[in-house]
Structures are given as structure tokens and as C-alpha cells.
Design a protein around this ligand. Structure first.
Ligand SMILES: [Cu+2]
Length: 218
């Protein structure tokens, strides 16, 4: 399963990276066969790119059901900020991240009801202490109207509010490159990622500082 998730991540990142340099619509298209055999054309749409300003990346991510179209099929799935290709977050070395997460996960494709969630910053060498990259934190969904969390594991830190404010620092010597964020509540992270919850987190400057010969490539 780990191998599958790694492959899925690689595929997602490859597809997204190909088109995320400029935040404008890509003119290329993919073709997919629909159930009745017809060939559907889908335009490749670049994700929104959010860059840090004055040393801080401040943004809000809301996870909730929304309509998406993939491979000629339209359905409702839990995604971030209404986009199957979630916003790309771009920081510089030494920046801080101030990210508000709002969990409104509810019944939709592949998910049978409200679920706890959180955010993990995959590939990042940042603090694991709250309010940083602590995957044991569980944030309850706003749609969960019981007094219990959706499920409880022996190890976990349970927050009953659906809003959680992640705040941490990206070290000045953090490796530049492409990383990603995704849910990591134990037992449910795969389901949530396969619903469409994951996005890129770029520590900018790898090409700018180390591969100057590619700076003009678009
Ligand atoms: Cu991960």
C-alpha cells in the first residue's frame, strides 16, 4: 500500500509540476474515454499558486465536499478549497507558514461521513511539535455533530474545534525543492488523499540558485 501511495503521489506531483510554473490556463488537453466510449477532451487547468509575502505564507485551506470532473466523470468528493488540483504553496527558505485549516469533511465519494483530519507537510524538515507538523493531531470535522471524535486511536491529540492554525518556521538552510501537504489522520489518510486532498508545497529557488541554465525554460 505504501508503494501505491508513493506512486500516486509521484503521479500527482508529476502531472501538476508540469503545469504549475505560470498561473494561467494551459492550452494542452488530455483525452479520456467516457462510459459510452465517446472521447472527452479535458483542458489542463493550472492550480492556484499562493506565494509567501514579507517572509510569511498566510492562507486558509478548507476541506469539504465539492463537485469535480475527472476522466470524463463528474462527482462530489472531499477536496481543498474547491479544487481537485489543490493550491500550490510557495515559500522561500527562512519563511514562516501560517496556515488555517478548516475541516468540513463530510459524506462524498469514497468517504462515508464526517472524519477527523489534519495536515502533514511531507518532505519538510520542520518542527513536529504543535502547532507544527504533528501527524498525531486530530481535528474534528464541523459536520460531526456527536460529542465524540470520529474515531479514537491510542496515540493521538484530539482537538474538538474544526479550525486549527498551523504555524511553523521553515529553516534558512531547508533544502529547496518540491514537497507536498496531505491529510495524515491515522487510519484515514489514504481514503482522504484518494478523495483528492493533497497539494504541492515548494521551497522555492532550486532552479533559480542551482540550475541557472534552465531559468528561461517555460
Ligand atoms: Cu506524507
Amino acid at each position: 500500500m505504501k508503494l501505491f501511495i508513493s506512486y500516486a503521489c509521484w503521479l500527482f506531483i508529476s502531472v501538476t509540476v508540469l503545469s504549475c510554473k505560470n498561473n494561467k490556463k494551459n492550452t494542452s488537453a488530455t483525452t479520456n474515454k467516457t462510459d459510452d466510449g465517446a472521447v472527452a477532451q479535458e483542458e489542463l487547468i493550472d492550480p492556484l499558486v499562493i506565494e509567501s509575502k514579507d517572509g510569511v505564507l498566510r492562507y486558509k485551506l478548507t476541506a469539504k465536499p465539492d463537485e469535480i470532473s475527472v476522466g470524463g466523470k463528474t462527482f462530489v468528493s472531499n477536496i481543498y478549497n474547491g479544487s481537485y488540483a489543490a493550491p500550490v504553496l510557495v515559500v522561500q527558505q527562512g519563511d514562516s507558514i501560517d496556515l488555517e485549516f478548516d475541516n468540513q469533511i463530510d459524506k462524498a465519494f469514497n468517504i462515508d461521513g464526517p472524519q477527523d483530519s489534519n495536515l502533514h507537510y511531507h518532505g519538510m524538515g520542520v518542527t513536529p511539535k504543535e502547532p507544527g507538523d504533528n501527524p498525531y493531531v486530530h481535528i474534528r470535522s464541523k459536520k460531526n455533530d456527536s460529542t465524540q471524535m470520529h474515531y479514537e486511536m491510542p496515540v493521538g491529540i484530539y482537538h474538538k474545534s474544526n479550525i486549527y492554525n498551523y504555524q511553523f518556521w521553515v529553516p534558512k538552510n531547508h533544502p529547496q525543492g518540491t514537497h507536498w501537504y496531505h491529510p495524515h489522520p491515522h487510519g484515514k489518510s489514504e481514503q482522504q488523499q484518494l478523495s483528492g486532498m493533497s497539494g504541492l508545497l515548494i521551497v522555492d529557488g532550486l532552479i533559480r540558485d542551482h540550475y541557472t541554465e534552465y531559468n528561461d525554460v517555460r
